[in-house]
Design a protein around this ligand. Structure first.
Ligand code: ADP
Length: 624
């Protein structure tokens, strides 16, 4: 069911012009998602594409980091040289020793300077990418059809805008450093050690090769797949926790907190089981690898190999020192490499999700917006499919004459919401057209359209802003008296006026709204817009009897004199409507006044009888 959304003109203020940001270019919107391998490859491509504008600066980070890492080896090499000098037979060469000390100190200084510069540069790139991605995402989200949001939970959207963008932080700000060190330091150390003694170098390589082999095993396709599944399971927990928190008012009204909480717990338990399985599969191997790469083991191995060589007279004892100092520098990066790869895989997945969101097809906007002439609404041969090949609306012809009320009724899934949502362009028709004042709504500019068409569907979304700002969302320059008048007519004034900060109370901080109050806020918004056409889902499922009566009064104020398309759930609406449209299977199966349809004894009469058999005087059962 498409149930979401609030009142009216939540656009990005850009006029929804066609996107030209580099991040969004390329892939066809909503490109087919393949299997895990394909997704990983796609993620890699996306990552490269996202990072392309920062190529130059990223290379600079790598170079700075490489120089820093090499310089960092200098103190160790200096120590080794000093040791060799001091342990060699005969008097020590003072100049050589002091030169080594000075080189070590200089290396340390260069390392500190270059690593700091690399870190700073990396964080600057990261900051730029963050800003640009969040801007692009915000722009794109401001341009996608409103219906796009009803297919996604806010947890999911938040996960991309916040979580996935943050995941890229580690990749850009830290991974280049880790990676460069992980490559440069061992290679340089190996070269030096091989020059000192190639046999002991081979011994020192044993733990490194073992670590690399284990790492390859642990990053197999299968493990990647599991890693992806872990990410998805975490996403599900995130989504269910956000939904749990956001829906708490509804849940409490129904007394179903336990049930919903259980759903969250189940998601968490499933994740825990899955994660245990994931970790158990690799724990043994990973621990063994950690042991082999640990400094005590490496040193023991070198000491054993070194002792053998020394006792056989194959190597002078002083040569053991560089190995003891540098062998740890060989193995430590292997572990870092593992983390670095994990970060890269995580970033690839995030890049893929970010790219998918950036490729969401924006709602086309007219180059030359036309002005509607009047408020007559016409659905002309409208067909619609959410997914290709599965039409949910067929050949809808429907006219809403100005000032009339049209009630949509029909079983759940009949297509009522979809039909209603086409008028405020939650979606555009796949076939045919919806016209307002003789103009295709696709040819009307956003502002003009939403000045003329207000809508209230089931979920009224509120922003973390003041009550006044929330009411005046679509009319930001409305003065306070107009806001108060709208709130008063919607039955919200007394509640707001009683708050210490009145209309300046911040929703979600100073005040939380119940479901009924949120509905009233929606009505106040629509009243303030004062649009001549109103699209309304009058379901008030979570309101108690008193609240329902109050809401009805507020709605009656809102509806007076407007052209209305109402997803009807109430007997009065249906009986008083100028026209009832009965829908079934995405088609209009009956249309006429209450008397005509009841007299004809068709679908409406059948539905009516069925409801009365169940002792339900209202029209709830016709809808959701
Ligand atoms: P009604 O309002 O009469 O209950 P809807 O317009 O919500 O009917 O749904 C009509 C059909 O479209 C149903 O089969 C429903 O499953 C499908 N549908 C509704 N919203 C979506 C959506 N966002 N994505 C895919 N299918 C949807």
């Amino acid at each position: 069911m498409a149930t979401t959304e609030q009142v009216s003109t939540l656009t990005d203020g850009t006029g929804g012009r066609a996107a030209d940001d580099p991040t969004a270019a390329g892939e066809p919107p909503g490109a087919a998602r393949g299997g895990p391998e394909e997704q990983a490859a796609q993620g890699r491509r996306m990552l490269v594409r996202l990072l392309r504008p920062y190529r130059g600066r990223l290379v600079a980070v790598l170079v700075l980091q490489a120089v820093g890492a090499l310089a960092g080896l200098a103190p160790l090499l200096a120590l080794a040289e000093i040791g060799r000098e001091l342990l060699a037979p005969g008097p020590a060469d003072r100049t050589a020793v002091w030169t080594a000390v000075a080189s070590g100190a200089a290396g340390l200084l260069v390392r500190v300077l270059f690593t700091a510069a690399a870190g700073g540069c990396g964080h600057l790139v990261d900051g730029d990418l963050h800003l640009s991605l969040r801007k692009s995402l915000a722009q794109r989200l401001g341009r996608v059809p409103l219906g796009w949001f009803s297919r996604r939970s806010s947890g999911e959207v938040n996960g991309v805008v916040q979580g996935d963008v943050d995941t890229l932080h580690h990749l850009i700000a830290h991974t280049p450093g880790e990676f460069t060190s992980a490559v440069v330091v061992p290679v340089a150390s190996l070269a030096y050690l091989a020059w000192v003694d190639w046999r002991l170098t081979l011994v020192a390589l044993i733990p490194v090769l073992f670590g690399i082999a284990v790492h390859r095993l642990l990053s197999s396709e299968e493990r990647r797949r599991q890693g992806m599944a872990v990410g998805q399971a975490m996403g599900r927990i995130g989504a269910s926790s956000v939904e749990f928190v956001q829906g708490i008012s509804v849940v409490k009204t129904f007394g179903g907190a336990g049930r919903v909480h259980q759903r969250y717990r189940r998601a968490a338990d499933d994740f825990a089981d899955f994660f245990l399985g994931y970790v158990a599969g690799s724990a043994g191997l990973a621990s063994l690898s950690a042991l082999v790469l640990a400094p005590p083991f490496v040193l023991l191995l070198i000491l054993t190999g070194g002792t053998l060589l020394i006792t056989q007279g194959a190597m002078p004892p002083a040569e053991l020192l560089p190995f003891l100092l540098l062998s740890v520098a060989l193995t430590a990066p292997v572990a870092a490499l593992g983390h670095g790869m994990d970060n890269i895989h995580a970033a690839e997945r995030s890049a893929d999700r970010i790219h998918e969101m950036l490729s969401a097809r924006p709602l086309p906007v007219p180059d030359h917006p036309a002005l509607p002439d009047g408020d007559r609404v016409e659905y002309r041969g409208v067909g619609f499919a959410y997914d290709d090949g599965h039409p949910v609306l067929h050949d809808i012809d429907l006219v809403l004459e100005p000032g009339t009320t049209t009630a949509l009724v029909g079983p759940s899934g009949a297509g009522k919401s979809t039909l209603a949502q086409m008028l405020p362009r939650f979606f555009d028709p796949t076939r045919g057209a919806v016209l307002l004042g003789g103009v295709d709504v696709r040819d009307i500019g956003d502002e003009q359209l939403y000045q003329r068409v207000a809508f209230i569907f089931q979920d009224v979304r509120v922003l973390r802003a003041t009550v006044a700002e929330n009411i005046a969302l679509a009319v930001p320059d409305a003065d306070r008296s107009a806001v108060v008048a709208a709130a008063r007519a919607a039955g919200l004034h007394e509640r707001v006026a009683a708050l210490p900060h009145g209309y300046d109370s911040v929703l979600g901080e100073d005040i939380g709204l119940s479901g009924g109050e949120a509905q009233r806020l929606g009505i106040a918004r629509a009243l303030l817009i004062d649009a001549p056409v109103l699209v309304l889902d009058e379901a008030m499922s979570f309101a108690d009897a008193k609240t329902q009566a109050e809401l009805r009064r507020a709605l009656d104020v809102l509806r007076a004199g407007r052209t209305q398309l109402v997803i009807a759930h109430r007997l009065e609406t249906v009986t008083r409507a100028d026209r009832i449209v009965v829908m079934e299977g995405g088609r209009i199966v009956e249309s006429g006044t209450y008397q005509e349809l009841m007299g004809a004894g068709g679908k409406l009469a059948q539905m009516w009888r069925a409801q009365h058999r169940h002792g339900n005087g209202t029209h709830e059962g016709t809808g959701r």
